[in-house]
Design a protein around this ligand. Structure first.
Ligand code: GLA
Length: 663
């Protein structure tokens, strides 16, 4: 392990702790907090996230006395600080002074106060004020030995709405000028001959505000790109101030992978010193630990495979889901360790101590309202002890088995209005393919469509609707060199400007797949089709015309009866598979097995198995999500129990084992 591979060099161990809001409590409670943090093994807390109004009670008047005392107390107790810039919650005085900095919805409503995040990312006043408070913090705490990390803002894009105000419109025009250079190029890219939308002056262009249905899809897509970039510019402004005044302290901002659709985290990840993510279990989702695994794999992937920080998750129920289901015994521990298995170097929570007031008072915490006499507290103390046995994992890297292409732009484009079926969904297909890999005990790296794929024997490409010619050439090169791709329907249809690739669908992929799609044949709600081999599919079918590919399975009924449903095309030294309909569960397994994705031998169903490794050691993390005891074949030293293991690793129901493999 070296510093370059650790998520957080100053900490040097698995981070444990959470968001800490001393500003909600009288000072004597802080002393109790620090004592209990030590008891639980807490070594890292995030401070100040929403405390702008306390740090700067009036414009230009600062009060850092309370924060000095908090940071000092934590430092004396050996607890590192992830110090936040509080810019996700501008004070009431800021909006009073700058009413134009409020966010405006697509419908034209101005967002009110009393919450957080209501600012416009293109507002000059906001950027100046945010950079100003970040600068104050950097000056005051930049060389404080407790500060291990800067936590800029909180969950950019959380309110998930682009802003449609006049300042945003002006910034959008400027962004478009940079992107297209001339109006002719923009008119061409946006296809403005359609419905006579041609622009003759930049001032005629507006954000895609509420309008009659069918707003130009290229304009809508560019507005999402622009919004992601505007928030990123806010981040960069704060980050640069911190870097300048406090060099040496890494800067992060907490992502919401994959639940924030509107930020292109491939681009964001390139701008942070360390990637961090917030993840909340979807309590009512069956087998929700698979969605957790997908989020963790995607976070590690945007981090380029480097270790990352789990900035927030919950000890039990949250407060914002329709039914806030409490975690079952052992579930928190499995969740935390699953993130660690998939490359996190920390397990941090929202939040340390449950709030007594405000909108999150029913959210679980490390220290619940019931205090230390509770099961949650006992579990928190136990997890702290467990993590202290895993410090040698810090900086090690997850070993992947296959790649799945993930692309935010394609997600945005696929889910614009007026698609061939309302049943098309990006996350639905990504999750369906990911789940099959998870159930086969295969570890997934998510990859960009244009990244180097040569490390993977197989790459899955679910619903990559928007695809550049460059990405298509990349996939074809990968296959020619011996790779296997499995492409699902409605992929390779349009280019970056939402323009259909010429020559028939799927324009970007016809050569690679050895076929064309003559017509989309979406199905009625609730209807199914049958395929050879006793498979059933729904939602979508196509009229596939072969041009080099061989049929592997045909439709037995439905609008494409008798025609190819699944095909295989040998190209160069590799193979390109195409699945033209929606398969799930064991039906999808059957096709993926034909393509080479088979379950790992000797691992029982419901057991999650991931490997992290360094140059000198290899670790197997096994999580039993079932109610049955299991065992694996392995040898080495088990780190949570300290027990040596010779050949057989027992994995009790609901439990976790971390094995340092015998070399
Ligand atoms: C988000 C925020 C936190 C808190 C939690 C509640 O992740 O970052 O401030 O609101 O959700 O789950």
């Amino acid at each position: 392990m070296n510093d370059a591979t650790r998520a957080l060099p100053r900490l040097g161990k698995i981070g444990y702790g959470g968001d800490y809001t001393p500003e909600q409590w009288p000072e004597p409670v802080w002393h109790e907090d620090v004592r209990l943090m030590r008891e639980a093994g807490v070594n890292l807390v995030s401070v100040g996230i929403f405390a702008w109004a306390l740090m700067e009670p009036a414009p230009g008047e600062f009060d850092f006395g309370w924060l000095d005392r908090v940071v000092g107390l934590l430092h004396d107790a050996g607890i590192a600080v992830d110090l936040a810039t509080p810019t996700a919650a501008p004070p009431a005085w800021f909006f009073r002074r700058h009413p134009d900095a409020r966010q405006v919805t697509r419908e034209g409503h101005v967002l009110g106060g009393g919450a957080r995040h209501a600012f416009c990312p293109s507002s000059r006043a906001y950027r100046e004020a945010a950079t100003g408070i970040a600068t104050q913090l950097a000056r005051r705490y930049g060389d404080h030995p407790a500060v291990a990390l800067w936590h800029v803002h909180n969950e950019y894009g959380w309110a998930s709405t682009p802003c449609y105000c006049e300042a945003s419109a002006a910034a959008f025009r400027e962004w478009l000028r940079q992107r297209y250079g001339t109006l002719d190029t923009l008119n061409e890219a946006w296809g403005t001959t359609f419905w006579g939308q041609r622009y003759g002056d930049w001032e005629e262009i507006h954000p895609p505000r509420l309008a009659p249905p069918g707003v130009n899809p290229a304009q809508q897509l560019d507005y999402v790109r622009f919004t992601s970039e505007e928030y990123l510019a806010c981040f960069r402004a704060e980050r640069d101030a911190l870097h300048q005044l406090a060099p040496g302290v890494p800067v992060t901002t907490n992502f919401m992978v994959p639940n924030c659709k509107w930020m292109d985290y491939w681009r964001w990840a390139a701008e942070v010193d360390v990637v961090s993510n917030d993840h909340y279990l979807q309590a009512e989702l069956a087998d929700n630990h698979i969605e957790l695994a997908m989020a963790a794999d995607l976070t590690r992937s945007v981090a380029g495979g480097r270790p990352w920080l789990l900035m927030e998750h919950s000890t039990s129920a949250v407060n914002w889901q329709p039914r806030n289901i409490a975690k079952t015994p052992g579930e928190m521990r499995r969740n935390s360790l699953a993130h660690i298995a998939r490359g996190a170097d920390s397990a941090l929570f929202f939040q340390w101590r449950a709030s007594r007031f405000g909108s999150e008072k029913f959210h679980s915490a490390m220290l619940p309202h019931g205090g230390t006499g509770t099961q949650i507290w006992r579990d928190v103390v136990r997890l702290g002890a467990d993590l202290s046995n895993l410090d040698e994992l810090v900086g090690t890297r997850v070993v992947p088995d296959l790649g799945i292409v993930w692309d935010w732009e394609s997600w945005w484009a696929l889910e614009l209005e007026w698609r061939p079926s309302v049943d098309l969904g990006y996350l639905e297909r990504l999750s369906a393919y990911y789940e099959r890999a998870w159930r086969a005990h295969r570890t997934v790296d998510f990859v960009r469509p244009d990244s180097d794929l040569s490390a993977y024997p197989m790459v899955l490409v679910p619903s990559l609707y928007l695809m550049s010619a460059q990405a298509a050439a990349n996939l074809a090169g990968y296959v020619r060199d011996g790779g296997t791709v499995v492409v699902s329907y409605f992929s390779g249809i349009v280019d970056e400007t939402e323009t259909v690739h010429p020559g028939g669908h799927p324009g970007a992929l016809r050569e690679l797949l050895g076929l064309s799609v003559e017509e989309f044949l979406p199905l009625r709600a609730g209807s199914c089709v049958r395929l050879d081999g006793d498979l059933t599919a729904d939602v979508w079918t196509e009229r596939v015309v072969l041009a080099g590919a061989e049929p592997v399975r045909r439709y037995l009924d439905g609008p494409a009866a008798g025609e190819p449903a699944v095909t295989r095309h040998r190209l160069g030294r590799g193979t390109a598979w195409y699945i033209s309909t929606r398969l799930g569960g064991s039906d999808l397994d059957a096709v993926l097995a034909d393509a080479g994705l088979v379950p790992r031998d000797g691992v029982p169903d419901g057991v999650e198995l991931v490997r992290r490794a360094s140059d000198s050691a290899s670790y197997l993390i096994a999580i039993n999500h079932t109610e049955r005891d299991a065992e694996l074949t392995a040898s080495g030293k088990e780190l949570l129990t300290g027990a040596p293991c010779h050949g057989v690793l027992p994995l009790p129901a609901g439990d976790v084992r971390v094995l340092r493999a015998a070399s």
